[in-house]
Design a protein around this ligand. Structure first.
Ligand code: OFO
Length: 165
């Protein structure tokens, strides 16, 4: 049977992954209606991956004898001033997700729950990749500045880029 504090922490993480998926869906919709189809494709994939992160947690909690709670969600932001704002918000959000995952890992160690600790290592590695990718995207955007040919190519390249690459 899963420790109740761990169960609570995992349910908080489920809510966080659900919010991530929702946030990126809002960003994807903004990109698609702004003519940035490559960026939209990338963000839709990212949103879908976050939903999978949530599902993986839901199934783990239930399989370990706990009860996963499906959270209610507020509407995500629908307006952004541009690509830089989108990816800055995304990186900030992922940094918060990393902090929250680290707290779960800490709790696992203090409660001596090595099974959940082991399970959470997948999320630890995933966060390293996601943060690195968001930083790379922001560096590219900084290089491009307001050059429209550069932004066209950026958007086209993003269509091929996997969110966990
Ligand atoms: Fe990008 O966050 Fe999930 O884990």
């Amino acid at each position: 049977m899963i420790d109740t504090q761990i169960e609570q922490a995992l349910n908080d993480q489920i809510a966080m992954e659900a919010r991530s998926s929702h946030f990126y869906l809002g960003m994807a919709t903004w990109a698609e209606t702004s003519g940035l189809n490559g960026t939209a494709a990338f963000l839709y994939r990212h949103s879908h991956e976050e939903r999978e992160h949530m599902l993986k947690l839901i199934r783990f909690v239930n399989e370990r004898g706990g009860t996963a709670h499906i959270p209610s969600l507020d509407a995500p932001a629908a307006e952004f001033s541009g690509l830089h704002a989108v990816f800055t918000t995304l990186l900030e959000h992922e940094t918060n997700v990393t902090a929250s995952i680290n707290e779960v890992v800490d709790l696992c160690l203090s409660r001596k729950d090595y099974t959940t600790h082991n399970f959470m290592q997948w999320y630890v590695s995933e966060q390293i990749e996601e943060e690195a990718l968001a930083r790379t995207i922001l560096d590219k955007l900084a290089m491009i500045g307001s050059d429209s040919a550069g932004l066209y190519l950026f958007d086209r390249d993003l269509e091929q880029l996997e969110p966990e690459a």
